[in-house]
Design a protein around this ligand. Structure first.
Ligand code: AKG
Length: 383
């Protein structure tokens, strides 16, 4: 049976998006919204980075202690004792220690041999455990790490006291079938340990890789609201939550609250949501072509895999040269305007011959109908 939860890293990975800085108040508000949404874990930041992140985590931990926030609070840390002490003094539930384990990272960043790396990993995890917190170890650049060494790293982390190891696809190069293979092999080779996936989206495959990791046995998926993160970001929370619900039947968060959290983070991050973004974009449930709209008016399942209400949204359709009679009739009925079939044909012909108007608004449709019918038309007053 599949068991899976979400670690939201909007406040840590998400703030690593170029140009994004959250204030302390915004950090606290986002954490509350994420807890209300029902994420299992909130990665609240790397407190050694700056005083405002430290302060934000302090306030978030206070809300956790007061029972206002219920998600597990995770503090991020390098494999460095001073970082661990700073996270531990904040009394987070869990410290996540990361260290680059690929040969490339060992050579170019850490200037360490594999043996030295294993020693650092074991020592820092034990050090954190001695502070009485849960520990996750992140194998940074795990997807480019020799598999046997990744197994050794995972066993070392487990034996030093970590109950979770996160496999980071730091540069976003994984592919779904390889991801499933990797996690299946890791869960088979390293018992008594749970795995996370931290998947970057450089090839646009982060969601697919996360789903494959779940099939391989990963039990926590790292995500950020609106997919924020370094470069082009990581798994977007709204997409993975919808995909997990649809494909595995598991509601990892309250889906009808995703729109609110997405808008909140859009505002505070200053990164605009593209209209054609899945689930929370303006066009996610907006239909256009005549054939599509006619289908949706008869039965929405023709062009929607899940009803918009699931996500606290509503469906609509646009009127332009692609429009068919079904849609136009429905539009005028909703406006409370009576139009004969012949008049409708004339209006439709006018719409189809005008390729300069991208979206006909209700007021444009009323004007067009007045032009064709010669009658004064007004929208139906509210009931
Ligand atoms: C990455 O490799 O992209 C990370 O952000 C690693 C850090 C982590 O997930 O703990």
């Amino acid at each position: 049976m599949i068991k899976v939860g979400i670690l939201d890293s909007t406040l840590r990975e998400g703030e690593q998006t170029p140009g994004v800085i959250f204030t302390v108040d915004q950090r606290v508000e986002i954490a509350k919204a994420l807890s209300d949404l029902g994420v299992s874990m909130i990665e609240a930041g790397h407190p050694a980075v700056s005083p405002d992140i430290y302060e934000g985590i302090k306030r978030i931990v206070k809300l956790k202690k007061e029972g206002i926030i219920t998600s597990e609070i995770v503090g991020h840390s390098r494999a460095v004792k001073r970082d661990i002490e700073i996270a531990a003094e904040l009394e987070v539930d869990r410290i996540a220690i990361f260290y680059g384990v690929s040969d490339l990272h060992l050579k170019a960043k850490h200037k360490a041999t594999r043996e030295e790396a294993l020693r650092t990993i074991a020592e820092t995890i034990s050090y954190a455990k001695n502070h009485g917190v849960k520990v996750r170890f992140t194998a940074e650049d795990g997807s480019r790490t020799d598999f046997d060494f990744l197994v050794t790293v995972s066993k070392t982390a487990r034996d030093a006291g970590a109950d979770r190891v996160s496999i980071a696809d730091t540069v976003g190069i994984l592919y779904p079938s390889k991801t499933k293979e990797l996690f299946s092999a890791l869960t088979r080779e390293v018992p008594n340990l749970e795995f996370d996936i931290h998947a970057h989206n450089d090839l646009g495959l982060a969601v697919a890789n996360a789903l494959a990791a779940i099939e391989g046995g990963a039990t926590i998926i790292h995500a950020t609201v609106n997919g924020l993160g370094e470069r082009v970001g990581i798994v977007p929370l709204q997409q993975i939550a919808a995909a997990i619900k649809y494909h595995f039947g598991i509601e990892v968060v309250k889906l009808d609250k995703l729109q609110y959290v997405s808008s909140l983070v859009e505002k505070y991050s200053g990164i605009p949501m593209p209209p054609n973004y899945p689930i929370t974009g303006d066009y996610a449930f907006l239909h256009k072509a005549g054939v599509h709209v006619a289908g949706v008016l008869n039965d929405p399942r023709t062009y929607e895999f899940m009803p918009p209400e699931t996500f606290g949204r509503t469906r609509d359709y646009t009127i332009d040269k692609y429009t068919g009679k079904h849609a136009l009739r429905d539009k005028y009925e909703k406006l409370g305007v009576k139009i004969s079939d012949a008049e409708m044909d004339q209006i439709l012909a006018k719409i189809k011959s005008n390729t300069t108007i991208r979206f006909y608004r209700d007021v444009d449709l009323l004007e067009l109908a007045e032009e064709v019918t010669g009658r004064v038309l007004k929208p139906r007053p509210p009931e």
